[in-house]
Design a protein around this ligand. Sequence first.
Ligand SMILES: [Zn+2]
Length: 243
Amino acid sequence: MNVGWISSPAAVYRQGEDPAARIRFPIPAYLIETETERILVDAGLHPAAIADPASFYGRPAAGLFELEQEQAVTELVDVTTLTRIVLTHLHFDHAGALALLPASIPIVIQHREWEAGRDERAIRRNFFYPRDYALEDREIVLVDGDHDLLGDGSVEVLLTPGHTPGHQSLRIGDGLILGVDVGHFAATLDDHRFPSFADDFAAQARSAERLRALREGGARVLPGHDPEVLCPGPVELGGAGGS
Ligand SMILES: [Zn+2]
């Protein structure tokens, strides 16, 4: 699903771009459906942040971005039917609409990402906006490292840190990886032209190598925000995993 768009100086999201160039890229969220589960992967933008992100978040840095809403996640999915929410990381384009989702649905996040969201230095370095994840009444499922989400091997979260301290990707079946912001663009896994900001560039490079190796092994790896690759609609599982 596409919840919206970010426009910003291109060099913020891909090192080496012309400093004067701008880029507009999509903000995806995903719904994984099994026989018994409906799992939302990321929540996208908070609708109230669109018009004036700097004042919504009380952070001037948020004014660097121009935001557009395509459809809020609550319009795209009947959120009352969700069984879990997997949050890949705490950035506002992934966590923004969490507050609009029913409080009864557990949120799965890496332990170290959750901790970083409570650490002032990590918050500043990573441009986290605590308003997005002030979820005191929620069930938060903290995981450490790779984690078999449903206990049957079908969906696994993969710890892929660097972009943020506890960024996670997902493996679905044998053939599909949601790489998320390990690489904003498909080419990032090869050229390592990461955004100009990161929690840890060396860790991000290792995460990119990990996903590249999975791709070389035959998996399809979806990038985080590549306008040339991402489009709304069903995603083929690919690989040996079937339909
Ligand atoms: Zn992102």
